[in-house]
Write a protein that binds this ligand. Structure first.
Ligand code: 5RP
Length: 223
């Protein structure tokens, strides 16, 4: 599939930035899975790194691929983090959380010296917001939290998977909030974060150092 090929090219380009001895933040999602495949190969060939997974799914796959892992309590730094996104703009703002791992991803990505985002070209937009913004909320009183969020001009939908309520790795719920157009990502993020019951938002505002976009034959950085 064209999109898969683009994800793979972006992922392989990003792996070139990983050097011996690095502590590597491992994001989540299908694009990151391509990155893990490549990183696993490099580890088998002798590359020495330690990974910090940002989700249970990533942890499982990284283990299967033989990538050495640790957790945040055992490291004093994260040299590089590589993660996917649901939408990116040219101002280096992202929407993340389509896979429901946004809190752990944000913690890992925010602490990395270099944060690289890998996406296929369908993810590049002029204005964020077509993709419903994932907001992680505490289960207690989530209906009240959703009502407060709705006052910002969206219709929050509680996330379900296979007919069951989705529960994040942190035991919380996700509200998918369709805004259509997010003109000021920083302001919206701050408004949401101030609300009692909101744990974190999927807006990653100007956190990325590099955004690598997979195209048909190549991968290119946004400059
Ligand atoms: C998970 C994420 C993912 O990075 C995002 O959903 C992109 O996923 P994919 O690479 O499968 O398109 O934020 O919480």
């Amino acid at each position: 599939m064209k999109q898969d090929q683009q994800k793979k090219l972006a992922a392989e380009e990003a792996v070139k930035w990983i050097k011996d001895g690095m502590v590597v933040g491992l994001g989540s999602g299908s694009t990151v899975n391509w990155m893990l495949e490549k990183l696993g190969e490099k580890v088998q060939q002798g590359l020495q790194i330690t990974g910090i997974p940002s989700s249970k799914k990533t942890e499982r796959l990284a283990k299967q691929l033989g990538i050495p892992l640790t957790d945040s309590s055992s490291v004093s730094r994260i040299d590089i983090a590589i993660d996917g996104a649901d939408e990116v703009d040219r101002q280096f703002n992202l929407i993340k959380g389509g896979g429901g791992s946004l809190v752990r991803e944000k913690i890992v990505d925010a602490h990395a010296t270099e944060f690289i985002v890998i996406v296929d070209e369908s993810k590049l937009v002029s204005t964020l917001g077509k993709f419903p913004l994932p907001v992680e909320v505490l289960p207690f009183g989530w209906e009240l939290t959703a009502r407060t969020i709705a006052e910002l001009g969206c219709e929050p939908k509680i996330r379900e998977r296979n007919g069951e309520r989705f529960i994040s790795d942190n035991g919380n719920y996700i509200l998918d909030c369709q805004f259509n157009s997010i003109q000021n990502p920083q302001q919206l993020h701050e408004q949401l974060k101030q609300m009692t019951g909101v744990v974190e938002t999927g807006l990653f505002v100007q956190m990325a150092d590099r955004i690598i976009i997979g195209k048909e034959q190549t991968a290119e950085e946004i400059v």
